[in-house]
Ligand binder design. Structure first.
Ligand code: GLU
Length: 507
């Protein structure tokens, strides 16, 4: 690595909610910057006005904030290289487009969209592909084929035009990708990309390269889908005379669908019921897409699971805090091949973070849900209750199902358990038990168990059968943590009342 100050940027286009693939790109940039004591910049690439979506920029900011990625420079944060939104930098790009034209690296093209479409169709009819390049450019309407006067005339008449990059005809170029190694290409296979549009704004390519240069970006870390753009970007650096300031490139592997081929999409998430966006997102037409946050994921868990999508520490360690990631992360350990997304593993991470939390913290996060249900529970009790079941949950929202009976008596009894356990001498036994439990003076799980065991023995019934029936009465089914602890925690009166209620309801 060179000794330039590390400055990286996350450069999303505000075209909708940020996909977790984009979040992973942001995270790797962030980790790389912080590992090397560098800056993490958020640049909004909004030069394609046709794809602009209201609210998308806020969504990006909120997502990064939720996940704990602190932005050093950006639209909101400011910084000495601003503005950080491309639509506010129009004049900057005009200047460089003009420079490229006067240096012979670019040219004006007047071809209308209809003319180009006709070319494409004609090529298709002959089973070839139309490409605006060194072979075709002479026969098209541009400042290379038209006379100078004609070009000036059209421009002064206001005929719309774009600016295209004039790709050299036969140049061997090589560039190093930090993940993929050396990438070689010959310019002969590249076309003349539009770098400036008729609407007065640059395309992604020009704006991206100009800004990376002006913002002194040292490393471009982005998704694999931008790898095909690298040759053009390398050529732009050369054409603009910035070759020695060119940033280093790293193209991150795709995040793949849980099964089958291809990139993880929103549809995969919809089908299998997992989010692909960090935060819930309501599109302008009112459609709601679920988010990790609203689905109950902790930001620490999301950061952890995303870090391991395409990167590995080279050890067995799977649990990483942000600080540990910053310390351990290296681009050299990013894989070349795609990283398969595993929704079950995602839940596993959340589970790990929940069980590693203190019981007090877990309880604190559960209290609002209890309150919402109208339950005013003592926090010491809630703390004890969550500690009993936390191994069984992936989300805070799983808690209620596991612990509701600590706070409200069952109103229904699982018919399968009833059929299997509530039979023979059991109902009569339970009716008597309800009375006899009244004599247990010290209501502690050990004493309760002793009292019940003595009675079972006296009646010669099966211990298991009775215990299952007792559980049915207390929780309404065949689940839950240690039964005597449940009895102790709900209290003597409540235990007796629940047995009586079951005897009555199941008679
Ligand atoms: N605006 C591009 C995007 O939406 C940025 C690609 C890059 O990082 O160069 O992903």
């Amino acid at each position: 690595m060179s000794d330039k100050k590390v400055r990286v940027r996350f450069a999303p286009s505000p075209t909708g909610p940020l996909h977790i693939g984009g979040v992973r790109t942001a995270l790797f940039n962030y980790l790389f910057a912080k590992k090397h004591g560098g800056d993490f910049i958020l640049r909004i690439e909004d030069t394609d006005q046709t794809r602009f979506v209201e609210g998308a920029e806020d969504y990006i900011n909120e997502s990064l904030t939720w996940l704990g990625m602190n932005i050093d420079e950006g639209v909101k944060q400011g910084g000495e290289f601003g503005p950080y939104k491309q639509s506010e930098r129009k004049e900057v790009y005009v200047q460089y487009a003009d420079q490229l034209i006067s240096d012979g690296w670019a040219y004006y093209a007047f071809d209308t969209p209809e003319e180009l479409e006709a070319k494409r169709e004609a090529a298709e009819a002959e089973k070839t592909k139309f490409s605006y390049d060194m072979n075709t450019r002479k026969d098209l309407n541009n400042s290379l084929s038209l006379s100078e006067e004609e070009v000036e005339k059209r421009k002064s008449e206001g005929v719309p035009y774009v600016v295209r990059f004039k790709m050299p005809e036969n140049e061997e170029v090589s560039a190093v990708d930090m993940i993929r190694g050396e990438v070689k290409f010959n310019t002969a296979i590249l076309d003349d990309k539009v770098i400036f549009k008729s609407d007065g704004l640059p395309t992604y390519h020009l704006a991206n390269v100009v800004d990376d240069y002006l913002m002194k970006i040292s490393h471009v870390i982005r998704g694999e889908e931008w790898l095909p753009s690298m040759p053009l970007h390398v050529m732009l650096y050369k054409a603009l005379g910035w070759e020695k300031d060119r940033p280093e490139f790293a193209h991150l592997p795709l995040i793949l669908k849980p099964t089958g081929k291809g990139k993880l999409s929103k549809r995969d998430g919809d089908k299998a019921g997992f989010p692909v966006f960090p935060l819930e997102y309501t599109s302008p037409d009112g459609e709601v897409a679920s988010g990790y946050k609203e689905s109950g994921y902790l930001p620490e868990a999301v950061v952890n699971l995303l870090a391991l999508l395409g990167w590995n520490p080279g050890t067995e360690q799977e649990m990483f805090s942000m600080e540990q990631l910053i310390e351990t992360f290296s681009i050299e350990r990013v894989n070349k091949s795609g990283a398969r997304f595993d929704p079950e593993k995602a839940k596993w991470f959340n589970h790990q973070y929940l069980i590693n939390m203190t019981d007090e913290d877990l309880a604190k996060r559960f209290m609002p849900e209890l309150k919402e249900k109208g339950i005013d529970a003592d926090s010491a009790l809630v703390t004890q209750v969550v500690s009993l079941v936390k191994e069984r949950i992936n989300f805070i929202s799983d808690l209620w199902e596991q612990v509701s009976f600590f706070f409200v008596a069952p109103t229904e009894y699982d018919p399968k358990v009833v059929k299997k356990r509530w039979k023979g001498d059991v109902p009569a036994f339970m009716a008597e038990l309800a009375i006899e439990l009244g004599d247990v003076s010290d209501w502690k799980s050990g004493d309760i168990k002793e009292a019940i065991a003595a009675k079972i023995e006296a009646k010669g019934l099966g211990f298991g059968l009775v215990m299952n029936a007792f559980r049915l009465a207390l929780v309404g089914g065949g689940f839950g943590p240690d039964l005597m602890t449940i009895a102790e925690l709900i209290g003597k009166e409540e235990t007796i009342a629940r047995i009586k209620a079951a005897v009555e309801a199941l008679a």
